[in-house]
Design a protein around this ligand. Structure first.
Ligand code: BGC
Length: 811
């Protein structure tokens, strides 16, 4: 069953039934000021950091679901309704929610009144702008009472939810005209405040939640709204809110516009006050003025649309398959931008207070984003590398506001360092900007410790080389990519974290085949980079270790039909046919096949055949098989999940593209394509009632074949799946791959495809690439004609900036 449809022309997903199986959300803003918005206008806003600078309050895990947001109540006679259906849930005559590229439009209609709400964060603006258009479609005059509503968060979203003994006494607001200012803690250590304004005079307001709502009421029946009477309350402590009250008269056929601005302002210390106790509102007034007419809002919205036109023009495919085209041209790229901005911090599954920016996550997100705004990818690489330690290890996470490593989680995830190479190589291949390697970057943000970025890459490689176990394979540390395979943790205490606890690690023999494959695959990128720079000695040095690692995998990492997953603390095999459960794992199959380890001896083929046999199911590839049914302290968190969920045999979508790419190494285009479609949202839209989460973005996890409800998905939006599937489809299936010296063409497609067309902007030039498949093969470029002339090999040279180049590829 579907709850809406794709409108590709407008690049929107249109939800036509508000009762989606889970809130289907969107993100507003893509730099500094952000909002999450659900299809019923739930969600919250923050500046830069969802933990430290939360503007509006949100209730997690609430009953009912998705409580709190920016609400507009319309009282028409005795009927009170919301255009987004919630919170009153008054049945609507018409409802539509259009999630687009960084904007959402919600249209509700009731008793002849249409409310059309457009929400967006204008480019380079620290505010969310909402344009509400009310239209009287009936044949009688209407007298409406309109109430806006948001609830302020007292900045730190974590303490806001726990430190009530303080919070209930600190809240402060100011009211001036139609603007309500939230200034809690401004008089001491904060130099920032927020405001909520409307561009017309108001007939009343409220800023104290209890007065507005009534202590025992829900959002669905605030006293002020139900009675149609604002209280003009001024909050002192407790829970400050912002609500405007506006009386609206509409003749038949008449429309009126209201523009609401929810903004954030920082003042320099010497300009904090207008007078004693009165905040300096000038910067807020400037923001309000920028959006105080419908024309100004239209212009800002057109700029946002244009921005996305340009971004999405960098890579477009015409394949003849609408689902593929909409994923590649629109939604996958959009999700890559979102994961780049948020890492794993704020979604309807990530609270925004738990995790900051992941070291590994953010590096991976780069491959999905770097073609869009390379300058921001560059900045991100420097930020990430600045949290590395001198020995190559790194903080696992850092806070976006401070850019400092997060001490609560620390380091010791031994795959992290290699991801820095992965991200940096992707950036250089896309841009050709080798100068980034000369940037002076500190260790652990310590002034004076700066070394060129290239040195950070070197210590990353060395971190693996210096941490090898008894089989010459990489020591796993706290965990590798799989945060839940904790081989040194041995936890029996429910109060400790699996991921930050190492109860035994001294003398550990726990080794990872995932890192081994990663070292071979990503190490190659490093070696190529060194050769490109003429650093042959360093290239030879590291190549030697890669060769040794390859041999170690073949000798100690092969289980007969697949690659082992690991060796545990005691040096026993993990992910072996000898094990009772968890005999085969996806991560090592993915990485070792991507690296092509043992290709010549048939290992890659055998491994991938085993993946098909043991890990595949209707909804995608599960992480391990058989699922664990008992807690194994030697393995940690992985065995805590019920069978079929998350890292215990769930379909952890993130790693499916590793296998897809592995299949392209073998040239098996059908298989790669089959796996791609299985987890690709547009292809599962029809079963939205089972799948539950948004059909326009990837989710982290779908319940696997051993689960109670196979096919039910969770954790949508913020997942490395976005970048990895982008990487797999564009670079390995469609096969258009940035390289240090040009654009490599190497498709791997189902044999029955006739071809496709891709337009790719690369280093300032446009390549219009037509791939034809007259002999119906999966892989192998027969000829390439560039602007009428055949070229040698399959790497398109870097063409002059601004040039448009016609490329004809025959397979
Ligand atoms: C984390 C990733 C990790 C994955 C598998 C995700 O939640 O963000 O860093 O690789 O889980 O454990």
């Amino acid at each position: 069953m579907k709850y809406g449809y794709f409108d590709d022309e407008n690049r929107e997903y249109v939800i036509t039934n508000p009762k989606t199986p889970w809130p289907w959300i969107n993100y507003l803003g893509n730099k500094d000021f952000f909002s999450l918005i659900s299809n019923t206008a739930g969600g919250y806003s923050f500046y830069k950091d969802a933990k430290f600078r939360r503007l509006t309050r949100y209730r997690y895990n609430g009953v009912p679901m998705d409580a709190g947001g920016r609400y507009f109540y319309i009282k028409d006679g005795d009927t009170v309704w919301n255009p987004g259906w919630k919170p009153t849930k008054t049945p609507l005559d018409r409802y539509e929610c259009r999630h687009g590229m960084n904007y959402t439009r919600i249209i509700g209609e009731k008793d002849g009144v249409e409310a059309n709400l457009l929400f967006f964060v204008p480019l380079d603006t620290h505010a969310e702008v909402t344009r509400l258009t009310l239209t009287n479609k009936s044949d009688k005059p209407k007298h409406l009472k309109l109430f806006s509503f948001i609830e302020w968060c007292l900045w730190n979203a974590a303490t806001d939810m726990e430190n009530f003994q303080r919070n209930f006494s600190t809240g402060e607001v100011e009211i001036e005209g139609s603007a309500i200012y939230h200034k809690t803690e401004y008089k001491e250590r904060r130099n920032h405040y927020a405001f909520f304004n409307v561009n017309v005079p108001v007939q009343g307001f409220d800023t104290d939640r209890e007065t507005f709502m009534g202590l025992y009421n829900g959002f669905d029946e605030p006293d002020a709204v139900m009675e149609g009477k604002p209280r003009n309350s001024v909050a002192h402590g407790w829970s400050p809110i912002a609500s405007h009250y506006i009386e609206v008269d509409l003749q038949p056929g008449e429309s009126k516009d209201f523009i609401f601005t929810l903004g954030y302002v920082e003042n320099p210390d010497n300009k904090k006050w207008e007078s004693k106790g009165v905040i300096n509102k000038q910067p807020a007034r400037e923001i309000m003025e920028r959006f105080d007419t419908p024309e100004k809002v239209d212009k800002a919205f057109a700029d946002l649309r244009k921005y996305w036109d340009d971004l999405l023009a960098k890579y477009t495919v015409k394949s003849g398959d609408d689902k593929l085209d909409r994923m590649v041209n629109i939604w996958n790229q959009y999700q890559c931008m979102i994961t780049f901005c948020f890492s794993r911090s704020a979604s309807f599954f990530e609270s925004g207070i738990g995790r900051g920016m992941g070291f590994r996550d953010s590096n991976q997100d780069l491959v999905g984003f770097v073609h869009q705004i390379p300058e921001r990818a560059r900045e991100r690489i420097i930020d990430i590398a600045s949290t590395q330690f001198p020995d190559g290890g790194c903080y696992h996470q850092y806070q976006p506001l401070t850019k400092r490593g997060n001490n609560d989680i620390g380091g010791g995830f031994n795959d992290d360092p290699m991801w820095l190479i992965f991200g940096t190589a992707a950036y250089i291949k896309e841009t050709g900007d080798f100068s980034i390697l000369d940037e002076m970057v500190p260790f652990d943000n310590q002034p004076g410790s700066e070394v060129p970025l290239m040195e950070h890459l070197k210590v990353s490689v060395d971190h693996v080389i210096n941490n090898l176990g008894p089989h010459g394979l990489p020591l796993i540390g706290r965990a590798d990519w799989n945060d839940c395979l904790n081989l040194n943790c041995f936890s029996h205490d429910p109060n400790e974290s699996f991921q930050t606890t190492e109860n035994k690690s001294e003398g550990s023999k726990a080794e990872s085949l995932m890192i081994a494959g990663q070292f071979v695959a990503t190490g190659r990128d490093y070696v190529d980079l060194c050769r490109t720079l003429g650093k042959n000695e360093e290239a030879d040095r590291v190549q030697k270790y890669i060769d040794e690692m390859t041999e170690a995998v073949k000798k100690y990492g092969w289980d007969g039909d697949w690659y082992l997953r690991a060796y545990d603390y005691y040096g026993r095999k993990v992910g072996s046919n000898d094990n009772k459960e968890g005999k085969i794992f996806i991560e090592s199959q993915g990485w070792c096949t991507m690296a092509g380890i043992g290709l010549e001896d048939g290992l890659v083929e055998k491994s991938l055949d085993s993946v098909k046999k043991y890990l595949d199911c209707e909804h995608g590839l599960v992480l391990n098989n058989p699922a664990f049914t008992e807690y194994i302290p030697d393995y940690g968190e992985i065995s805590t999940y019920p069978a079929g969920y998350k890292e215990n045999a769930g379909i952890f979508s993130h790693n499916n593209p590793w296998v897809i790419i592995g299949e392209t190494v073998l040239g098996r285009g059908e298989r790669a394509w089959e796996y791609y479609q299985k987890i690709c949202p547009a292809y599962v839209e029809e079963k939205s009632d089972l799948h539950k989460v948004e059909p326009y973005v990837y989710c982290q996890m779908t319940a696997g074949k051993d689960a109670a409800r196979p096919g039910e998905a969770k954790n949508s939006w913020l997942t490395g799946t976005a970048a990895w599937n982008w990487y797999a489809i564009t670079q390995f299936i469609l096969g258009i791959r940035p390289a240090y010296n040009g654009l490599e063409i190497d498709p791997c497609i189902p044999k029955d495809w006739d071809g496709y067309h891709v337009s790719r902007k690369f280093r300032g030039a446009t390549y219009d690439i037509s791939v034809r498949n007259p002999h119906h093969v999966s892989k192998g470029v027969k000829s390439i004609i560039l602007n009428g002339n055949p070229i040698e090999g399959n790497v398109l040279p870097i063409m002059p900036e601004g040039s448009i180049n016609k490329v004809e590829v025959t397979l």
